[in-house]
Design a protein around this ligand. Structure first.
Ligand code: SF4
Length: 382
């Protein structure tokens, strides 16, 4: 990776900013849409491929900008070939994970299918931070510490990497969904996350429907309120994991800053403003948060709210003392919620054997923990 400090990351520029750059070079404005078509529609990864640009402009782009904010250093595929996890390195040596999850149309393995395989959904799960300051004790990323936020270009580049890969495999629509649910708390740097969402939905760039994008927060209320202000149709997911403050303070420590009462009020305001339902993620941990009484408490907490609960048998991690709930208890938990008219799904586990739980590939490859800064304060939304 040969990125100099002076080079502008082209993926970090919106249309307005790219226009400013192109105009400052005394180039005609129509070059902006040509460049964006190459980047986001043709999904090229080099300036040489931008064949309708004059040679001199390509040379200048190569010299003064970059498309190389991420370099792939490791990848793992699940045994069924449907899940692929990538580990990228950035210019400062830090690493970040991204996961592609593919879902078959019909039962069978991709090898049985036609070429390209009969895959209904191709979802990329992207990260927004190196590590995560929230520090959930059951999560490998949370336990490894926190270094920094990703730049906008680094967030967008994760999506483009897998879009290019799927395009090479013959899909006319390379990606069908984006979930902002990987390493990090996306609302800690709301502006970066929001600008990434704009890059994904802007017709001049990726042009994906907002309803195909999900942003998942640990319960960062300021970010939920900032999202409400945007009147966006993106899906909102909340990592709930506990029905009361005492347990949630422990499992999702951001709860000490934004207790359940505040979080639930923000969710109600979100539903009122957007008419969209909220998804609550609930990772079931053996003997911790999976009793029928706790299911009742979740049902009470969510009563009357337009919502949906995604039950997730906990991903096993090396550092965590928390174990996955027995399947019988998972089903009982689901039954209690359904009986209270709370819609649920039991999340299909993707790529467990390749450690699809966030932070695990990174831990395996780099073999070291991050420098945990216990003093990292959850910053106001910026
Ligand atoms: S579960 Fe999410 S919010 Fe919690 S530490 Fe892991 S990445 Fe951060």
């Amino acid at each position: 990776m040969n990125v100099t400090e002076k080079q502008i990351d082209l993926l970090s520029l919106d249309t307005h900013e790219l226009t400013g750059l192109i105009q400052s070079w005394n180039e005609p404005v129509y070059r902006v849409s040509q460049i964006q078509k190459w980047l986001y529609h043709e999904l090229v990864d080099s300036f040489d491929a931008m064949s309708n640009l004059p040679r001199a402009l390509r040379a200048r782009l190569r010299q003064e900008t970059t498309l190389e904010s991420l370099k792939l250093i490791a990848a793992q595929d699940s045994a069924d070939g449907l899940t692929r996890k990538a580990l990228f390195q950035m210019a400062d040596g830090q690493t970040v994970e991204t996961v592609l999850m593919r879902y078959l149309d019909a039962p069978g393995s991709p090898e049985d299918s036609t070429d390209p395989p009969n895959i209904a959904r191709r979802t990329v799960c992207i990260s927004t931070q190196v590590g995560c300051p929230v520090g959930c004790p059951f999560c490998e990323t949370g336990q490894a510490g926190y270094i920094r936020n990703l730049t906008l270009g680094q967030v967008v580049a994760q999506v483009l990497y897998f879009a290019r890969e799927q395009k090479r495999q013959g899909y006319a629509t390379p990606l069908t969904n984006i979930v902002i649910m990987g390493m990090g708390e996306p609302f800690m740097k709301f502006n970066v996350t929001w600008r990434a969402i704009e890059a994904f939905t802007d017709p001049a760039r990726l042009g994906m429907g907002a309803r195909r994008i999900t942003v998942s927060t640990s319960g960062y209320v300021d970010g939920i309120r900032a999202l409400i202000e945007k009147h966006s149709q993106v899906n909102l997911a909340i990592s709930l994991h506990a029905p009361d403050d005492a347990l949630r303070d422990e499992l999702v420590p951001v709860n000490r800053k934004y207790p359940l009462r505040e979080l639930m009020q923000a969710c109600r305001d979100y539903v009122r403003a957007t008419h969209r339902r909220v998804t609550f993620e609930y990772a079931l941990m053996d003997g911790i948060n999976d009793s029928p009484a706790q299911a009742q408490a979740v049902a009470q907490l969510l009563a009357g709210l337009l919502c949906h609960v995604n039950l997730i048998p906990l991903n096993p991690t090396s550092a965590s003392p928390y174990q996955r709930s027995p399947y019988k208890r998972v089903l009982e938990f689901q039954r209690v919620l359904n009986q209270a008219n709370i819609p649920t799904t039991l999340r299909v586990e993707k790529g467990i054997e390749i450690a699809a739980g966030c932070g695990q590939l990174r831990q395996q490859v780099t073999g070291r923990k991050l420098q945990t800064d216990k003093n990292v304060e959850l910053q106001p939304v910026t």
